[in-house]
Design a protein around this ligand. Structure first.
Ligand SMILES: [Zn+2]
Length: 478
């Protein structure tokens, strides 16, 4: 860490940090132990509310007056406000979600809902997506309210020392399934929980070691999503006399055509990312990244497939095009009955600049006139892509704070291939950045932990990240 009077985390002593980091680890483990799975199971439909109430207890313990609301019964979201003295402008939003995707335990080496500590890692569903960051945001809140109390102030009503603007803490339900009972509802009914000069959210700020360099992609943009149900019409018949218009056979051809990757389009954010990453990386990696951004990217994409870690290759290939992933297939009722109907559901992820109509047109173009005539394409859900400026005071603070705490780190503005609650803060005019600062071990396969088996987060990485996030909040609000 570079020394300097303007680094707020340096003003706190070692014992304070030790206590805050221990608290961060225990808060993360405690949150993982509440299986706030989305979609909720019929046996335990209110675990998001249990998680929201648990977080509210922690906020109350910090001296704040939290609010819990249910967009639908059992779907709890939680919010609290820390007051600044009003001299610094609009609030800063610390945004997070408390729900997690399911975790069938059979292939895990640790119970996904026990929050076990092993080999320097906290294991469990939500460790990276995103209870670790909920706990880190709570850790920053707690440091601020501790400071208020130490100065004889009541955090429930008095300004926090050193804060010119308010800090909002908002943790939502239902992020993992469209946010209808979470941020989407909150944006409509309680926009005061989200309105801010800027927001910090999940996904970016995580060290990714490539070619010996630690890159920190800061999420400034994310793709949109468009899910479709494709009803395939064939002809029912007797299995003894195969038919070309068997709906299962047609569905197989639908899938084959849709699975072929579409054309590459480099958005401005990705163009800058590829250029800056190439400048930081040695030899072949730089050549491939520059090639992707060139007029003839096909050669670079082929090289990506053969030389790059498949985890990064998959992410990069998804970030330079509108993608289509056929993920659900239904056909057939009995082995000797030719199915006359089939259904394919596809998950499409659209780049900034691609509309829903354009996505649908791409599907129809790939299907071709023969299959279009046999299919009905129905939109299930759409979420627009979002972009925040990769410039301005908050973004620059994110960059600066990374470099302060890791002088060899390379912060980069980046896009996420998936969606977050930024879909709902963006339209409110809140620049939203994915920033979960973690300095991970170079071998840690972070991207595969998201929704994966043995999801985990390194204790050391969390300890490194807390002062980074604290510095951003203090500087932006100071
Ligand atoms: Zn998430």
């Amino acid at each position: 860490m570079t020394a300097g009077a303007t680094t707020p985390s340096l003003e706190l002593d070692a014992r304070t940090w030790q206590r805050a980091c221990d608290r961060l680890v225990e808060t993360t483990r405690g949150l993982i132990r509440i299986p706030s799975i989305n979609p909720p199971s019929p046996e335990a439909p209110d675990l998001e509310l249990v998680a929201a109430n648990h977080i509210a207890d922690l906020l109350r313990d910090a001296g704040l007056v939290p609010e819990v609301l249910e967009a639908e019964p059992g779907r709890g979201s939680v919010h609290a406000r820390l007051r600044g003295d009003g001299t610094g402008g609009d609030p800063l939003l610390l945004l997070s979600h408390l729900d997690v995707v399911p975790a069938p335990a059979d292939r895990w080496t640790h119970d996904p809902f026990a929050g076990e500590l092993a080999d320097g890692y906290i294991y469990g569903r939500g460790a990276v997506d995103m209870k670790g960051m909920v706990a880190m945001e709570l850790g920053v809140v707690r440091l601020l309210t501790d400071a208020a109390r130490a100065a004889g102030r009541d955090p429930a009503s008095d300004p926090i020392p050193g804060l010119g603007r308010d800090v909002l803490f908002t943790c939502t339900a239902d992020e993992e399934a469209g946010a209808v009972a979470g941020a989407r509802w909150i944006a409509e009914h309680r926009p005061d929980w989200l309105r801010a000069a800027g927001a910090l959210n999940e996904c970016g700020g995580v060290a990714t070691t490539v070619g010996g360099r630690r890159l920190y992609p800061i999420q400034v943009a994310e793709k949109g999503y468009a899910a479709y149900r494709i009803a395939v019409r064939g002809t029912w018949g007797h299995g003894s006399m195969p038919r070309d218009d068997n709906a299962a056979v047609l569905a197989a051809e639908v899938i084959r055509r849709l699975a072929v990757p579409g054309p590459i389009r480099i958005t401005p954010v990705m163009g800058r990312f590829l250029e800056e990453a190439a400048a930081a990386l040695p030899g072949e990696a730089a050549t491939i990244l520059r090639g992707l951004a060139s007029d003839a990217p096909e050669h670079a994409e082929a090289a990506l497939a053969t030389t790059c870690d498949p985890m990064y290759a998959r992410a990069l290939r998804a970030l330079v095009r509108d993608t289509i992933s056929p993920d659900v297939v239904h056909a057939g009722v009995k082995y000797n009955v030719i199915p006359g109907d089939a259904e394919v559901q596809v998950d499409c992820r659209v780049l900034p600049g691609t509309t829903e109509q354009e996505m649908r047109a791409l599907i129809e173009q790939k299907l071709g006139p023969d299959l279009v005539a046999a299919c009905d394409v129905e939109l299930l859900i759409f979420g627009a892509p979002v972009e925040s400026p990769a410039e301005g005071p908050l973004f620059e603070l994110l960059v600066q704070s990374i470099v302060d705490h890791d002088p060899d780190g390379v912060p980069l503005a980046a896009m996420a291939p998936f969606g977050t609650d930024a879909k709902f803060t963006g339209p409110l005019g809140v620049p939203t950045y994915g920033f979960f600062p973690l300095m991970l071990d170079p071998e840690e396969r972070f991207l595969e932990r998201f929704h994966g088996v043995d999801e985990r987060v390194s204790v050391e990485a969390l300890r490194w990240g807390l002062p980074v996030l604290y510095d951003v909040v203090r500087r932006f609000c100071g």
